[in-house]
Write a protein that binds this ligand. Sequence first.
Ligand code: ADP
Ligand code: ASP
Ligand code: MG
Length: 406
Amino acid sequence: MARIVQKFGGTSVGDIDRIKNVARRVKATFDAGNQVAVVVSAMSGVTNQLVDYCRQVAPNYDFREYDAVVSTGEQVTTGLLALALQELGVPSRSWMGWQVPIRSDSAHSKARIEGIDTASLITEMAAGFVPVVAGFQGVGPGNRITTLGRGGSDTSAVALAAALHADRCDIYTDVDGVYTADPRIVARPRKLDKITYEEMLEMASLGAKVLQTRSVEMAMKHRVLVQVLSSFTDSPGTLVCDEEEIVERQIVSGITYSRDEAKITLIKVSDRPGVAAAIFGPLADANINVDMIVQNISEDGSKTDLTFTVAKTDLEQAIAVISGKKDDIGYVRLVPDPNVVKVSVIGVGMRSHAGIAQTMFTTLAERSINIKVISTSEIKVSVLIAEEYTELALRALHSAYGLDAA
Ligand code: ADP
Ligand code: ASP
Ligand code: MG
């Protein structure tokens, strides 16, 4: 007997037939003699709709009430799946985050899980029930409902698997695994049988939305075996695991893109000690994360241009913060550019193989795609390019690294 956490995403529970289909899958695992705890997302599209309702009522909504509203999508699917399981003869009960409880901090709309009291769920499973737990939500200080950030049900599932010491956490979604690139953009992506925690973490944080970044962080920390699978087919999925478990290692495992960033260039900044602190200090104070940064050398030693990126959602605020400090910083002009995309090439093989970045630069140059900013780490190279070239760049790079499926 194994203890397994199964998570079903929005598309997998997108309508009543699909919920019944999920119930059949859960029943099969349960009937095989396993203990199963299920985590579900809201039906696809529902969370977006709920966010939109909040915006319509209060454009600058209070995050506590936002959480009260957007967490409701999962309440519906947990109840419906518990009913569907009961209809198949599987004893089942729904659990909201506060009922478990899944305790989180108070960072409403992007709360972090602090602990899960598993006693009730363990008793329930031992009594032959399948608990269906609402993903994406927790309970914060003062018993307020919190949510874990978009895509947060993945994190709920991995956190639950860690707390329950589950043998596995199976993430069922609308693709049958993690691919070398987003199948919605690249025509012939290759499915990875296995991927390391490290690479999956980079892929998730650099745009591959198949798993929420925090879920991978948590899996890596607690060594939870995560499997990404399709809820619609029976093909084997992708296992996220330690590097030692991977025999056939690729140099490049994946290519991602993220349209979530915007670029800001400050023209003719005074080239003097303390200027970077004058720019990035106020941004940090305003809770605005800066990702990529480039500073040019000034020809006359007095003025230089400086470019950096922030989340697109922070662009307006970043402009306001920098403009407010114009005199302290001493620049001539601020040029914002939201029409950019960050394309990244990821692979642990980069540690031992040279020339990965060079292939990226040459491939983009051959397509006349201009690189605006570059950043690298041990296992990835990212470039910022004009958004209109997203598809072209992804497809060209995918072929250049020999990743196209046969
Ligand atoms: P769920 O609702 O099940 O959580 P998501 O939409 O959050 O599903 O994640 C699955 C989607 O992730 C896929 O439909 C796919 O378009 C996208 N995706 C992006 N990059 C990748 C990748 N490298 N491999 C697989 N899927 C990816
Ligand atoms: N329903 C939530 C969302 O759409 C959580 C999730 O799907 O993981 O973001
Ligand atoms: Mg998701």
